[in-house]
Each structure stands twice: as C-alpha cells, then as structure tokens.
Design a binder for this molecule. Structure first.
Ligand SMILES: *Cc1c(COP(=O)(O)O)cnc(C)c1O
Length: 446
C-alpha cells in the first residue's frame, strides 16, 4: 500500500497540530493515514487506499458513512435555516421525548456538546443533589478528558491524577475500584459511604477492550448506592443506542441507574452529549435548581436533527437486528479462528461492539466456551482466564496488538481502533461479505 500523501499531510500537520492530530488516539505509528472520504462501511484515505472501517468515528456512526436520503435532507434543510440560534427549537423537545420514551432511567434530559461535557455535568449534578464530594470510578473506565475522572490509584484508595495539569487535590475526591470486584466497592461504601456522591461506571468497559459485567455486578452497584444514598450513574456515551438497541445497555442488563450520560450515537455523527434522569434529580439544574450548567452550543439544532433522524431511522428499520446479527457472526467467527490460531486470546464485545484481547493464558479445553464473545459465565471453561478488569487487559499482549497486529490488519485493508483498549463497531452499512473478508484478514494477521 502506498501512503505517500498521508505521510506528507502528517509532515505538515506536525508543524501546526501537537502530535499532528486533534485527539491522541489517532496518532498511529509511524504516521496515521488521512481520510479523504467515507463510503458505506469503508473509508478511503488520501492515497486512494480503501479500508473496511470498524472505527466508525469511535462509535457514533451506527449507520456507517452514508446517511440515508431522508436523514441527509433533514440535516440540509436545518442547515439552510441557519446553524443555531441561542433560543429553544422544536428538535430539542423531539429528541428529548424520543430518549425519554426509550431509555428506562430517563424522564428528562439536558443536551450538551460532547461525552466529556455530559460526564462533567452528571458528576456536578450528583454532587449538587447529594451534597457530597467524593465519586467512585472504575480502573480502566473512561469518561472523557475531564479532571475528576483522569485518576489512577490503588483499589479503594485516594486517587492521583493520571495526567499532568490536574491538581492532586481534585484527584483526592475520586476513589477508584477494579471493575467486577463486588467486595472492593462494598468496602469503599462501608468505610465512607456517607461521603460518596455517586458511582460513575460504563456498564461495559468500552474503553478497556469491552470487558463486560460479571452477572450480579451491576446489581451490586445499584444496591450499595441505594443503601448509602449515593447516585448510580451509567456512562452510556458509547453503549447508548448501540448496546441493547433503543433501551441502551441498562435495558439489556436490566439495571436502572439514577443518571445516564449519552453522546456518540445520539448525535448521528455530529458533536453532542446528554445527561438524563428522573425529574426529581434533573430539576436541580439551572434554571430550575442551583447546579449551574450552560452552553452556547447546547442542544445544537444540526447535531440534534442528525441524531433524531438517525434514531428514527433505526427505530423504523432493521438496523439493530442487522448490526447485532453481524456482531454475532463476527465474534463467533473470531472465536473459531482463535481456537486454531491463538487459543489463549479472548473475544469480547456485545451486540455491534467487538474486540479480541491478546490474553496470555487460556484453558486447555475450550469445550462449552462462550460462542460469540465472552459473556462472563462462570460455567465457561475460559471464565477464570477471561479479562474482568483493567489489570487483566494491561497484562495482555498490548504491544503485540498495537505494533504488529494493527498494522498488519491495516495493510490488508481493515481499519481497527488503534490499540487493544478501544472497542470496535459494526454499522448498518457492513455486509456479510465484509465480515467474511475481515475474518480472513484476522487469520492472516494473528
Ligand atoms: C467517548 C466516551 C466519552 C467521551 O466522549 P467525548 O465526546 O469524546 O468527549 C465518555 N465516556 C465514554 C464511555 C466514552 O466512550
């Protein structure tokens, strides 16, 4: 594959953009390819190379790169009426109603402009509502580029910033625990439950190889927060309207949080975010309550039109059936390939999310293992070996994944997310042939 044009663009980019990119994960080595355009389930780079795309904008593009005609024309007609106004518009009410109708925990929403802004607002709201400062997050959870969650630390201990530029005092308000460890979170609440405003958790660790919850874990989070007067916040920025269809991951797993953060899919490819919950909590936000929250672009008519029309399209067509079926097919194909090529590796992911974690150890006998991605079933022969938390993903072959496997897939025309941590996504534009071609590429590259 020739990458000359991308190389030249990257050379120019390095002079004006730190690291040549506007979000660090894009800086693949030795240099990223620059995208010229999308085409269905594919992207075409600046040198004309075509890739099957499983990055899908890191999650938002449920329908792939070609928006259906009716979605496009609604966006264009909104654009013709002017991009935004600083006054309310009907589309905010309509998307709000749509979300409230489908997502179990949500009665009211506040729209913002990104996933980061959604989690910032949700944490402030939880603190304002409870009058408490401490928050609990998962090791390996990701809630955007915000100060209070860019924190690392020992289980249950005081956190330290995971980035320069964040005061240690901010991180001291954040307690980290390992995902899937019921005892760890129970101990934290026994010790200081009355200081904790909320648990902020992705129902699936989508930014940590898509590790799923062991049965009963999300229920435990629900119980401890209830028992101690803290809020449970599901960060569904990635899983919202992606896993569990229109009811989101909370519907799929049957656990209803107090607050939910959304972004990605609900913007139809445009910048957006949202916090939702019951009126009793949501009405703490200004202008009704005293928790300040505001934004010039919030409820942006173009983003909300794109999101609403995309979700309506998904509700009226077989979008979720299609992406979930292809997800099953891809994950079960990968499971079969691994049995031959790398039996110690683990297939992860739900519905239209997937990832292969390069775990180092596996069972001798794979009989009866989960067929289409780890379901954290205690009866599965892989259960003891399959990743449960961030530590398990850190100790997998992350370097092999990133330095050897990712470029090998790219050279075969398959665009995966840049490291072992980020999830990958199917879209409505992917076909059975794309999946079959992808499985062949995995066979080669593993
Ligand atoms: C992507 C993501 C975010 C951050 O959203 P941005 O729009 O990138 O700010 C937060 N939480 C989760 C779970 C995400 O996947």
């Amino acid at each position: 594959m020739n990458h000359e044009n991308s190389r030249e663009l990257y050379d120019r980019a390095l002079s004006v953009l730190p690291g040549g990119v506007n979000s660090p994960v894009r800086a693949t080595r030795p240099y990223p390819f620059f995208v010229q355009r999308g085409d269905g389930a594919h992207v075409i780079d600046a040198d004309g190379n075509k890739y099957i795309d499983y990055v899908m904008g890191y999650g938002p593009l449920l329908l792939g790169h070609d928006l259906p005609q009716e979605v496009q024309s609604r966006i264009q007609s909104q654009l013709a009426d002017g991009p935004m106004y600083g006054a309310p518009t009907e589309v905010e009410v309509e998307l709000g109603e749509f979300i409230a109708r489908h997502v179990p925990s949500i009665e009211m929403v506040r729209f913002v402009n990104s996933g980061t802004e959604a989690t910032v607002s949700a944490v402030r709201l939880a603190r304002g509502h409870t009058g408490r400062d401490k928050i609990v997050v998962m090791q390996g959870g990701y809630h955007g580029a915000q100060d209070s969650t860019l924190v690392e630390g020992k289980s249950g201990g005081v956190g330290a910033p995971s980035s320069d530029g964040i005061p240690a005092a901010f991180a001291e308000e954040t307690i980290t625990v390992p995902f899937n460890d019921e005892q760890a979170v129970k101990s934290v609440f026994e010790e200081r439950g009355d200081e904790i405003a909320c648990i902020l958790v992705e129902p699936i660790l989508g930014n940590c190889a898509s590790v799923g919850p062991v049965s009963g874990y999300l229920e435990t989070l629900r119980e401890v927060t209830n028992d101690h007067g803290a809020l449970l916040i599901f960060d569904e920025v990635m899983t919202g309207f992606r896993v569990g269809g229109l009811q989101c991951a909370q519907g799929k797993f049957g656990v209803t949080p107090d607050l939910t953060t959304l972004a990605k899919v609900i913007g139809g490819g445009f910048p957006v975010g949202a916090v939702g919950g019951p009126a009793e909590i949501m009405e703490n936000l200004t202008p009704v309550g005293d928790v300040f929250q505001a934004g010039t672009y919030s409820g942006h008519p173009l983003s909300l039109t794109a999101g609403l029309e995309m979700l309506r399209y998904a509700a009226e067509n077989d979008v979720y059936d299609h992406v979930n079926r292809l997800g099953e097919k891809l994950r079960s194909g990968l499971t079969d390939i691994l049995a031959d090529h790398a039996p110690e590796y683990t297939v992860l992911g739900y519905d239209s999310m997937f990832k292969v974690a390069f775990t180092r150890r596996g069972p001798r006998d794979l009989d009866g293992q989960c067929e289409a991605g780890c379901r954290q079933r205690p009866e599965c022969p892989r259960f003891e070996y399959c990743p449960k938390d961030k530590g398990d993903i850190n100790s997998a072959e992350t370097e092999r994944w990133e330095r050897l496997f990712w470029p090998a897939m790219r050279e075969q025309g398959v665009f995966l997310t840049a490291n072992q941590y980020e999830s990958q996504f199917l879209s409505y534009a992917h076909t059975d042939e794309d999946v079959e071609e992808t499985l062949e590429a995995y066979k080669e590259a593993l």
